[in-house]
Design a protein around this ligand. Structure first.
Ligand SMILES: C[S@@+](CC[C@H](N)C(=O)[O-])C[C@H]1O[C@@H](n2cnc3c(N)ncnc32)[C@H](O)[C@@H]1O
Length: 247
């Protein structure tokens, strides 16, 4: 069973972020790298997409506009987050959408059926998952055969500037290298596993105030080095639905 205590700690911390308006502010910090990733995802009308660790839902809404009505039917985006407060913010900002569903839940036990999602996006969330191996097994389970996975990670060994955050964060995080993540995805039976660095091309003004970095030069170098984008596919296999015992 997933470690309930770790999820509660994450829920508590990210509820605090949500209450302080950080969910909405993250759009500014993650938009450039997320738009580049979404271009590679190439969401099509009719597709079913998961946004795992969706926060305040701004990327979920970008995706929902792209998968809307198409010749193959109506596309749908599901946003899942461990913070119920983030989910509340996301729902409040998405009232005009009829193809988004936000669900409170954890990557450790994704509250969804097997073989469902054509594409998965996860922005700046994966390194918080207490058991990343379990999260990958869960992602594999809920993805459709040939489904495509896109994980963006700003905190990783090959971007030394990102390591300044580790001590500032109030929850434990994983710090792995690109090569280690590739091995992990392969170990979990994903295929076409690929990693790329996605630079953040937004300019940093000279009067910008940063609490996360030791200097503006470090922040600029961090952006130039870029986020790690992991891409992978589920092979042509279907997961069996679990057997239930009815008492
Ligand atoms: C840095 S924020 C990024 C949010 C959003 N993707 C964005 O870019 O604005 C990380 C998000 O991951 C969520 N998260 C952390 N651990 C999680 C878990 N185990 N399962 C689901 N979501 C999780 C947090 O609640 C938070 O909303």
């Amino acid at each position: 069973m997933p470690d309930q205590g770790s999820d509660e700690r994450l829920q508590h911390e990210f509820n605090r972020w949500a209450a302080e308006g950080e969910g909405e502010k993250m759009e500014r910090h993650h938009l450039d790298i997320t738009e580049k990733t979404i271009r590679l995802m190439d969401p099509r009308p009719g597709e079913r997409v998961l946004d795992l660790g969706c926060g305040a839902g701004w990327a979920t809404r970008l995706l929902a506009r792209m998968v809307g009505e198409g010749p193959e039917g109506f596309g749908q985006v599901v946003g899942i987050d461990v913070s119920d407060e983030m989910i509340r913010h996301a729902r409040a900002a998405s009232k005009d959408f009829d193809n988004i569903l936000y669900v409170w839940g954890s990557a450790q036990q994704i509250p969804w059926e097997e073989n469902f999602f054509d594409k998965v996006l996860s922005v700046e969330s994966f390194y918080y998952y207490p058991d990343q191996e379990r999260a990958l097994a869960e992602l594999f389970r809920v993805m459709a055969p040939h489904g495509r996975l896109f994980i963006l990670i700003n905190l990783y060994k090959d971007n030394p500037y990102s390591l300044q955050w580790v001590d500032k964060l109030k929850v434990p995080v994983h710090v792995r290298s690109s090569a280690e993540y590739i091995d992990l995805l392969k170990k979990h039976a994903f295929v076409n596993v690929e990693a790329r660095q996605i630079p953040d091309d937004t300019p940093t003004p000279d009067d910008y105030q940063t609490k996360s970095f030791n200097s503006l030069e470090d922040l600029r170098a961090f952006k130039r080095t870029g986020a790690l984008l992991l891409m992978a596919s589920k092979p042509d296999v279907r997961n069996q639905a679990p057997g239930y015992t009815i008492y």
